[in-house]
Design a protein around this ligand. Sequence first.
Ligand code: HPA
Ligand code: ZN
Length: 355
Amino acid sequence: MCKSAFHSFLQELPKCEHHMHLEGSLSPEVLFTLAKRNNITLPQDDPAFQSAETLLARYDQFTSLDDFLHYYYIGMSVLISASDFEDLAMDYFRHAATDGISHAEVFFDPQAHIERGISYNTVLTGFSAARARAEKEFGITSELICCFLRHLPVPNCVSIFKDADVQASFKNGSVIAIGLDSSEKPFPPALFEEIYAGAKELGLRRTAHAGEEGPSTFISDALDILKVERIDHGIRLIEDEALLQKIAKDGTMLSVCPLSNVLLRCVKEVKEVPIRKFLDAGVKFSINSDDPAYFGGYLLDNYCAVHEAFNLSVAEWTSICRAGIEGSWCSQARKDEMLTRLDEVVRLWTPKLSV
Ligand code: HPA
Ligand code: ZN
C-alpha cells in the first residue's frame, strides 16, 4: 500500500479497467494449484518453475514483451475445465473489489486455449459464470473482449473469428468486442483488416494493442485500417506529435498500463510513462494493470505508482476517472451511476486533500 494521503481517495474512486488479460491474472499460487489439480507437468528444465516463489522472482526479470509471453503461455496451460476459468476470473474480481473497481472490460485469448484442445465454450462458460458472480457479489459490471493472437497465422485468426461458437457469442452479447495482442513488432495491424472489417459489420466494439513495443505507425494503422475505437498501450504516440494532436482532438482513448511498461522494459520507471504529456495535450486515457499477476500489481497499485511518480491533483485524478467512465463500453445508465458516485467521492475528499 502506498503511503500517500491520496491512497483512500484513489481506492474509493469508481474506477474502470479497460486493459486486463484474464489469463494475466493467473498468480503463481493459483498456477501451481491448478497444475496439481489437472496433472499438468510444468517445464522441468527451467528452474523458475521450482516453486511459486522462484516463479514470482523470475517475473521481476522480464527482458521484453516476448520474454513475458513465454511464461504467460506456459502459465495458461494449467487451465482445463470451465471451473478453472471461473476460479481464475473470480481471483481477479476479488482483487478488483478490494481495489474499488466499478466496471471492467477484460481480454481473453481463446486461440491459446483452442490450440491446446480446450473448447471456446468451456472458456466462455467459466468466464461468464465469474462475471455474473462478480456483479452479484461485488456490484462489479464487466464485459468480455475476445483477442486475436497476432503471432499466429492470419488464416487461423480468421477461422476462429468465423467459428460458429465465436460468432454466437458475438451475436448473443456475451462478448462485445475484439482486440489484438501478443508479440507486436513483427505483426503490423494491417494483417488483420479482414477480421476488423467483419467485426465492424457485426456492430462489435474494436480495440488493438499498438505502440507498446511497436512504432507509432502501428497506432495510426490501427485507427485508419482497422478502424479501432480505442488503442491499448499507445505510449509510443509521443513519437508523432501530429498523431497525438489528432487523437486528442478525436477523443480516442488509450488504455495505459504503467507497471506493465516498466516490467517489460518499455520505460525505465513510471515517471517515463507519458502521463503528464497526455494530460497536458488533452489525450484521454485510462490506467490499467494489463497482466497483474505477472507485473507486480493490480489496478490500485498502478494508480498509486502513478500518483507517486506524478503527484497529480484531485482535479487531474477526477478527469482521469471521468474519462475512463465515459470511454467505457457499457450503458449510459451505468455510466451515470458511476459519474454520480465520482461526484460524491470527489465532494468528500476535496476538502481533505486540498492544501
Ligand atoms: N502485450 C501484448 N500482448 C499481451 C500482453 C501485452 O502487454 N499481455 C498479454 N498479452
Ligand atoms: Zn495487454
